[in-house]
Design a protein around this ligand. Structure first.
Ligand SMILES: NC(=O)c1ccc[n+]([C@@H]2O[C@H](COP(=O)([O-])OP(=O)(O)OC[C@H]3O[C@@H](n4cnc5c(N)ncnc54)[C@H](OP(=O)(O)O)[C@@H]3O)[C@@H](O)[C@H]2O)c1
Length: 331
């Protein structure tokens, strides 16, 4: 396993980490969760990602029970939660100081830990002043309930505002952002956020490296049974891949599959290793609905050596989506 700093922070997390969205509490029960976490941990993974919104808290409960059951030493792993979608009631949603605090306490209980290593604002909340949220996060850090706080799918300008407020008021700034990043979705990580890495030392914990499984190539000939796009409740995701944009992207996946086969690796390994070639990525959060997938994905590290400059160039030609660069932001 490789380890990378979380931006400029001292924390070194594994280049691959494991998340539980869709899986824990829906496809994966406590027994399988234990197997997944143990396999990940034994392979050197030291960061597990979660959120209050995943299966209405059930995902955190399962992760907490599994970690406790495995007896993992608390000083050997990092665990996260995210605040935004805490329930149906008005006060259970968003980034108000009250919900940030209540959600943190609830996550600590479900995950059965005394502190969260990473705590994210799962989305921006336009109805709460950013200053209120920055102060709420700072207070949790002061109270010892959170080590590092960050954002997920915020815009660069919202992140810049949060840093500015923290600096002006001697509060703790965000450390990391959690954006989507994969071969079919690059704009924020490579374009909009480009100035933030050096300016603030921002880390990134990137999600959906396989675009929900599409980049494995298993959807090339249609939607397989027993896959994420067939799950009840995820019709919106299936729809994303059935419209014109989705169909065009699937064509690119077919070409990526052919390229991967040509160089003797799978499209899964090509896609995961490609994410690791970006030095601004602190960790790539893997998802797996079964053990065989996790075992397969962990081997992607070995595919890095196959991604020569020539292969990377061929990948660029296929995906044809390289963001324009830093000049797109902050002019
Ligand atoms: N901050 C955010 O807003 C946000 C959003 C989404 C995710 N996340 C985090 O990022 C993590 C990873 O995201 P993700 O689950 O979307 O990652 P992903 O790698 O894009 O998709 C994972 C899914 O693809 C399929 N898959 C994975 N490996 C496979 C393999 N080797 N062969 C065949 N199928 C395979 C499995 O689904 P099936 O078997 O069901 O097809 C698996 O659950 C989440 O768990 C969560 O922690 C964060």
């Amino acid at each position: 396993m490789q380890y990378r700093r979380l931006g400029k922070a001292g924390l070194k997390i594994s280049a691959f980490s494991l998340g539980s969205w869709v899986t824990f509490g829906k496809q994966v029960d406590i027994s399988d969760a234990k197997t997944l976490l143990k396999t990940a941990y034994d392979a050197g993974i030291n960061f597990f990602d979660n959120a209050e919104g995943y299966e209405a808290g059930e995902s955190e409960k399962i992760m907490g029970d599994a970690i406790q059951g495995l007896g993992l030493a608390r000083d050997t792993f990092a665990v996260s939660s995210k605040v935004f979608w805490g329930g149906d009631k008005q006060m259970q949603i968003g980034l108000s100081a009250k919900h940030v605090r209540d959600a943190c306490d609830a996550a600590l209980q479900r995950l059965k830990v005394d502190y969260l290593d990473l705590y994210y604002c799962h989305r921006p909340d336009v109805d709460t002043p950013i200053e209120e949220t920055v102060r709420a996060m700072h207070n949790l850090i002061q109270q010892g309930k959170v080590m590092y706080w960050g954002t997920s799918e915020w815009s660069a300008s919202q992140i810049v505002e949060a840093y500015g407020i923290a600096k002006a008021n001697n509060l703790t700034p965000p450390t990391m952002e959690q954006p989507q990043y994969n071969l079919l979705h690059r704009d924020k990580v490579e374009g909009e956020f480009a100035p933030l890495y050096e300016k603030f030392g921002m880390g990134t914990t990137v999600w959906s490296p396989l675009a929900s499984g599409i980049l494995t190539g298993k959807y090339n000939e249609g939607i397989p049974d027993d896959s994420r796009l067939t799950l009840p409740g995820y019709e919106w995701l299936r729809d994303l891949w059935s419209n014109e944009d989705g169909i065009q992207k699937l064509e690119k996946v077919k070409q990526l599959t052919a390229l991967a086969n040509n160089i003797g690796i799978s499209p899964t390994h090509l896609s995961l290793a490609w994410c690791l070639t970006n030095p601004n990525v602190s960790t790539v959060i893997l998802g797996a609905s079964r053990l065989s997938q996790l075992e397969d994905n962990l081997k992607a590290m070995d595919a890095l050596e196959k991604l020569t400059p020539e292969v990377l160039e061929k990948i660029e030609t296929i995906v044809d989506n390289k963001p324009a660069g830093p000049e797109r932001f902050g002019q």
